[in-house]
Design a binder for this molecule. Structure first.
Ligand code: ADP
Ligand code: MG
Length: 312
């Protein structure tokens, strides 16, 4: 049977127990979220929003306080083995045995998941993440980037239907980032559902079909990336004048002007309230002749700020 939802989260609550002088900390408050099968799904939110807590609960690394989690249709509490088998997680923190080689780490991981020898694809995974040449090197001798590649490799040994990446590109170099995204796209095209968190909103905008933003342990919004971007009504028209623009001139109501260092003029307005034509009319009326004009759409960054700032 085709699986429609990769993940179904209902009323998920997590309170980290207070120890010593630390008061208890509620990291998730009645979180509800479904993630469709086949997508590249972005889980975004400010620092401390509860992204890693959610992912670590999915991975079975953190126990939830309350709520229900279904992974590939399997309730975590009813069918823990099947739920665990359906998901592979690349954690945010690097944690590995320094005396294991990448090959040994992958073979051990495959053993933990009960993957029979004949069904292992260790060499293919090593090639996929670019660790073939380091297959026999001790993990403690691997660079930070290579350790991250190994974390991705470990998440793949049991061929999970769902791959979860927690801040996979935080602090990694451009080459590794490109390698990661190429792999993620390829795995997704081959049918794997991908869930990722990232601090780089441009990356989420480029990679994700759908996005959920969480803040303070609760869902703020969940929509397609396209719809989220469409919510933003702001628009900026950037004009390069033939000659320096006059110091002061009249603008239609609702239009703000920013003079950029390179001499260009950036006019920002709400599309629903002001038409581009009236902005261009004002520019012509001021005697400015236009050498070039470009338009800038708001990105996910603006969406994110507008949806999470009122919570603070
Ligand atoms: P994110 O990944 O979105 O930055 P986290 O899930 O790591 O957020 O953290 C959510 C909240 O839970 C934060 O306030 C964090 O300090 C707290 N927290 C996370 N892990 C623990 C823990 N092991 N013990 C106590 N508090 C924790
Ligand atoms: Mg985190």
């Amino acid at each position: 049977m085709a699986q429609n939802q990769a993940i179904e989260i209902e009323g998920l609550t997590k309170t980290y127990g207070g120890s010593g002088k630390q008061p208890p900390k509620q990291a998730l408050k009645d979180l509800n979220l479904t993630i469709p099968a086949g997508s590249i799904f972005g889980l975004l939110g400010p620092n401390g929003a509860g992204k890693s807590t959610t992912i670590n609960i999915l991975a079975g690394l953190v126990n939830k306080t309350a709520g229900r989690v279904k992974i590939w249709g399997f309730d975590q509490d009813v069918n823990p083995r099947q739920a665990r088998a359906a998901i592979g997680v690349m954690p945010q923190e690097i944690n590995m045995d320094p005396f294991f080689t990448p090959r040994a780490a992958l073979e051990t991981q495959a053993g933990l998941y009960g993957v029979p020898k004949a069904e292992r694809w260790t060499d293919e995974i090593l090639a996929l993440v670019g660790l073939t040449d380091q297959a026999e090197a001790y993990a403690r001798n691997l660079s930070g980037g290579m350790k991250r590649r190994l974390l991705l490799a470990k998440a793949l040994v049991h061929r999970p239907q769902i791959l979860v990446l927690d801040e996979p590109t935080a602090g990694v170099d451009i080459e590794l980032r490109a390698m990661l995204w190429a792999n993620v796209r390829r795995l997704n095209q081959e049918g794997m559902t991908i869930i990722l968190t990232t601090h780089y909103l441009e990356e989420a905008e480029a990679m994700c079909d759908e996005i959920a933003i969480i803040d303070k342990g609760a869902l703020v919004v969940r929509d397609t990336t396209q719809n989220l971007l469409g919510r933003m009504d702001g628009k900026t028209l950037v004009v390069e004048p033939e000659s320096p623009a006059p110091a002061d001139f009249a603008l239609p109501e609702g239009v703000t002007l920013e003079r950029r260092a390179d001499g260009r003029l950036a006019f920002t307005y709400h599309r629903k309230a002001v038409g581009a034509e009236s902005v261009l009319d004002a520019i012509r009326a001021a005697g400015i002749s236009i050498r070039d004009v470009a338009s800038e759409q708001p990105g996910l960054e603006e969406v994110f700020v507008s949806l999470t700032s009122h919570h603070r």
